[in-house]
Design a protein around this ligand. Structure first.
Ligand code: HEM
Length: 231
């Protein structure tokens, strides 16, 4: 398996892994958003969906494993590439502002680290119920975990909603650049498709930002509210 080691050790191999794991993570964000948007269909639809995910543990844990591995590989290989870039170019540029590539990669690292902090907070909030255990323990009239009320109660707190809004916008910035440059890393760029390649990142990012923002914003504006009986 020496070719695997060689590929992983090479710069192009590392870039390839960052791109492929990026695709897996974007796929998760799209699927997760589509699932969560069922909140607009009401308490029953969202709780039913969440229950269905938890009732298929083999599928849930396989997806979680792929997600966790992709997450760590994406971050690990990004750090490796950044270090290699620094070692290859020890002196800083005299006119940093005029050089585009280091600026965009700095922005990617900065937005990536902030998205990472958000994911840690988000897991503590909704998955592990550490930040609001009283919301996590809610059950609906059918005895299912009341994910709908947990999300609405969470977003009724303006500071919680604001932190989601900022994180979702940062995620959008990260994806806007990341998705467009992904094609190049995978060697799929061609003058014929330049317009599509350039537009793909911003269009996908805007769609994901709009879909994800719609949820905290709808709760803050009172379009989504608690079912009767939940206080
Ligand atoms: C307004 C937007 C969002 C809402 C309402 C939301 C809601 C939720 C909920 C309710 C859960 C727990 C599911 C359960 O245990 O039943 C969850 C888990 C999770 N969310 Fe989100 N989420 C949002 C945005 C995001 C974003 C933008 C990301 C990634 C950058 C993300 C990443 C995750 C991850 C990794 C999990 C853990 C999945 C698992 O348990 O396997 N979420 N989310």
């Amino acid at each position: 398996m020496s070719w695997v080691r060689k590929t992983v050790a090479s710069t192009i191999g590392a870039k390839f892994i960052v791109a492929l794991t990026g695709i897996v993570l974007v796929g998760f964000v799209i699927g997760h958003m589509l699932g969560n948007l069922q909140i607009f269909l009401g308490q029953d639809a969202l709780n039913n969906y969440a229950q269905m995910l938890h009732n298929t543990p083999a599928l849930l844990w396989s997806a979680r494993l792929v997600l966790i591995l992709s997450f760590f590989a994406h971050i690990g290989f990004t750090i490796k590439l950044t270090r290699q870039n620094r070692l290859a170019r020890p002196q800083t540029y005299a006119y940093q502002q005029s050089i585009q590539a280091p600026t965009s990669s700095r922005t990617m690292i900065f937005s990536g680290l902030l998205v990472l902090s958000f994911v840690i907070y988000h897991l503590l909030h909704f998955t592990l119920g550490v930040t609001h255990p009283e919301h996590k323990s809610l059950v609906d009239s059918m005895g299912r975990p009341d994910v709908y009320s947990m999300v609405v109660l969470g977003f009724q707190n303006i500071w919680v909603s604001l932190s989601y809004i900022v994180a979702i916008i940062l995620l959008g910035l990260h994806l806007s650049h990341g998705v467009s440059s992904l094609w190049q890393t995978l060697g799929l760029n061609h003058v014929k498709y330049n317009t599509f390649i350039k537009a793909s990142g911003p269009v996908l990012a805007l769609t994901l930002v709009a879909g994800n923002l719609s949820m905290p914003v709808a709760v803050l504006l009172g379009f989504l509210s608690l079912p009767l009986g939940v206080v």
